[in-house]
Design a protein around this ligand. Structure first.
Ligand code: GTP
Ligand code: MG
Length: 301
């Protein structure tokens, strides 16, 4: 065992849309978690691995903590809150503002219950015109929770994220690596492919529908010549939604399909032949059976 190396777990938590997945992808240098400008993009815990000469950080990206409106929402919040205890350090991401709402207070309450060191990460500082304002955000947050560190960053513009890595390593114990250094994620390829399709749907569709969709991979096979055939279904909650997802003459589904195909090809490094279907499953977000089928198993939280 190399005594000088550190290794441990860091969870990213926060309200929806604060940039958790964007930050994690940037820190590990690969796009594993999907991102969008719509809240509640991430639905499951996504584990990724960062390794350098200092050691290894295992990141857990989690769903945004919000007021749940259905069983899927409850599942997502459970997933996020359950990661707080069993990690070495918590990264709490917030928007660059002095406004601390009920959502942030709820998260602070959860954090105050655990002994894990918390790093407050003030994200999106590229949107702050007057950089001195950052001091006022720090002042607003500083007493809400006993923070181990406060680090302002921009996940999008990759600002100050090296400093964040340094601060994370500070709170990790010395010990052997959990994964070999080539490991990037525990997510199976199938799962990432399904997520990439969901990402394109989220990005291309209007506000109302995206929360109600899920994606399942029905088949994923590789031909001898390397071409990958994928058949997937987009699940939605209403016939009217199905119509919108398919679009006029199938135009929207085609758009989602070709954007997803390009991203999946990037991921697998071969040509992909993607076939998409759209299915309606009414109120699936309140059905534990359907949720389980679509990869959200309540017993796992
Ligand atoms: N300007 C700016 N935008 C950012 C930054 N980080 C993330 N964003 C944007 O914020 C939006 C949400 O990003 P995500 O990474 O999906 O946020 P999230 O916290 O994972 O969201 P959920 O999974 O819904 O909880 C996207 O449109 C990102 O491009 C940043 O540093 N600066
Ligand atoms: Mg996310």
């Amino acid at each position: 065992m190399d005594e000088k190396k550190k290794s441990g777990f860091a969870t990213l938590v926060g309200r929806p849309n604060v940039g958790k997945s964007t930050l994690m992808n940037h820190l590990i240098g690969q796009k594993i978690a999907i991102t969008s400008d719509k809240p509640q993009t991430t639905r499951n815990r996504i584990q990724t691995v960062y390794t350098d000469e200092r050691g290894q950080i295992i990141f857990l990206d989690t769903p945004g903590i919000h007021k749940a409106k259905n069983k899927l929402g409850e599942y997502m919040v459970n997933v996020a809150e359950h990661t707080l205890k069993d990690v070495d350090v918590v990264l709490w991401l917030v928007e660059p503002t002095t406004f601390i709402g009920a959502g942030e207070r709820h998260i602070a309450e959860q954090l105050n219950k655990v002994k894990t060191p918390v790093i407050l990460v003030i994200n999106k500082i590229d949107t702050v015109k007057n950089q001195e304002d950052i001091l006022t955000f720090i002042a607003a947050y500083k007493d809400i929770c006993p923070f181990a560190e406060i680090v302002p960053v921009s996940a999008l513009k990759k600002k100050n994220t090296d400093r964040l890595l340094e601060q994370i390593f500070k709170y990790l114990p010395y010990g052997p690596m959990y994964y070999d250094e080539d490991t990037v994620t525990d997510q199976p390829m199938r799962q990432i492919a399904a997520e990439l399709i969901r990402e394109k749907a989220l990005r291309l569709l209007s506000d109302e529908i995206p929360h109600g969709i899920a994606v399942t991979i029905e088949q994923m096979t590789e031909r001898e010549n390397g071409i990958m055939d994928i058949e997937a279904s987009i699940i939605c909650e209403r016939d009217s939604h199905k119509g919108i997802i398919i679009g006029k003459g199938g135009a929207m589904l085609k758009k989602i399909g070709s954007a997803a195909r390009i991203s999946i090809e990037d991921l697998v490094g071969t040509k992909v032949n993607l076939k998409l279907w759209v299915k309606v499953r009414r109120e699936w977000r309140d059905s534990e059976i359907y949720m389980k089928n679509y990869g959200y198993d309540v017993r796992d939280t």
